[in-house]
Design a binder for this molecule. Structure first.
Ligand SMILES: [Zn+2]
Length: 330
């Protein structure tokens, strides 16, 4: 039995037809975790859809109304890059409910996974880049509303910048002291750039390929703009640096890890060069840091567009295996 819960439903499948987003990945991850003995049926918990009130903690009433009545404009649907349907709305409400449940379990068990979610390109008033509803932001706001936490941190390792996350939580920023100048002794040689802004009650970290979608990257609390084709060691050094910097400035009560599979070297929408092994080390680093500081961690999966869907599925399963290894140790 795993030392944490995996939140999953067959209804996570996104009804978007033939699409670069492999909507079947959730079912395949579930199946593979069971077949390989990583998880047992009792490790899984079923989510309920988020309520409209939950969604409205992040999204505007006008946008929610458009989604519920099927009245998005053609331009809004185009920007979302997934075909609108009432069934798709249901799938996103369910994914948000899954992230709420995962956050709740994480606060009790120190870790939990939503085997879905991570829709970090959704903004309060519109969807973008395959993302309709920002499930992670909804989960954070719900935990805050229920007085379970006051401060959360997002650690976004999807290859694409977490623009929705940055925009949603930018409004809550208050001035804090700037980054200390004494970074880690072993800064990587690759010419990545680290930008920092101020944090309020949610501190946002995004490590992403600079020359990739989205063109406009609103500032996160820490943005690491990575050059094309960066490899495992440089990536891990930057992640380590960003986590250390963030946790020097901010003490979260919940860490939301957005574990995109698309920094992988074989990804069709990514231009970084991480190996399968490097991605596993990335996961281990995040979990080790969270465990050492006793910060509950909630995981969502976000993107993954490897040429072979099996690779995307394997990368996501490896994230569960990494957590199993780290959190099983006393
Ligand atoms: Zn992505």
């Amino acid at each position: 039995m795993l030392p944490f819960k995996l939140i999953y439903s067959d209804e996570y499948y996104l009804p978007i037809g033939a699409h670069v987003f492999p909507a079947e990945k959730y079912r395949r991850i579930h199946q593979r975790l069971l077949e390989t003995g990583v998880a047992e049926p009792t490790d899984f918990a079923k989510p309920k859809p988020a309520s409209d009130q939950d969604i409205l903690l992040v999204h505007t009433p006008q946008y929610v109304q458009k989604l519920k009545t099927g009245t998005l404009s053609a331009r809004e649907e185009l920007e979302m890059e997934v075909p609108y349907s009432p069934e798709l709305v249901d799938a996103f409400w369910l994914a948000a409910g899954g992230s709420i449940l995962a956050a709740d379990f994480a606060l009790n068990d120190r870790a939990a996974f939503n085997i879905g979610g991570g829709f970090h390109h959704a903004f309060p008033d519109h969807g973008e880049g395959f993302c309709m509803i920002h499930d992670v932001a909804v989960a954070i706001r719900r935990m805050q509303r229920d007085d379970k936490i006051t401060r959360a941190m997002t650690v976004d390792c999807d290859v694409h910048h977490g623009n929705g996350t940055a925009a949603i939580f930018a409004g809550t920023r208050v001035p804090t002291s700037p980054l200390p100048s004494n970074g880690p002794a072993t800064l990587p040689a690759a010419p990545a750039k680290l930008r920092s802004a101020h944090a309020g009650d949610v501190f946002t970290i995004s490590l992403h390929q600079e020359h990739n979608y989205p063109a406009w990257k609103p500032p996160s609390s820490i943005d690491v703009d990575l050059p094309d084709e960066i490899g495992d060691d440089d990536y891990l050094a930057w992640l380590d640096n960003a986590l250390s910097s963030g946790l020097r400035q901010f003490e979260p009560e919940l860490l939301c890890y957005i574990a995109g599979a698309d920094p992988y070297k074989e990804d069709q929408l990514g231009g970084l060069c991480l190996t399968m092994e490097g991605l596993k080390r990335r996961d281990e680093l995040v979990f080790r840091v969270a465990k050492a500081r006793d910060i509950p961690v909630m995981v969502t999966f976000a993107g993954g567009y490897a040429r072979r869907v099996e690779d995307t599925v394997e990368i996501h399963c490896n994230t569960v295996i990494a957590a199993k290894q780290i959190f099983a140790k006393k």
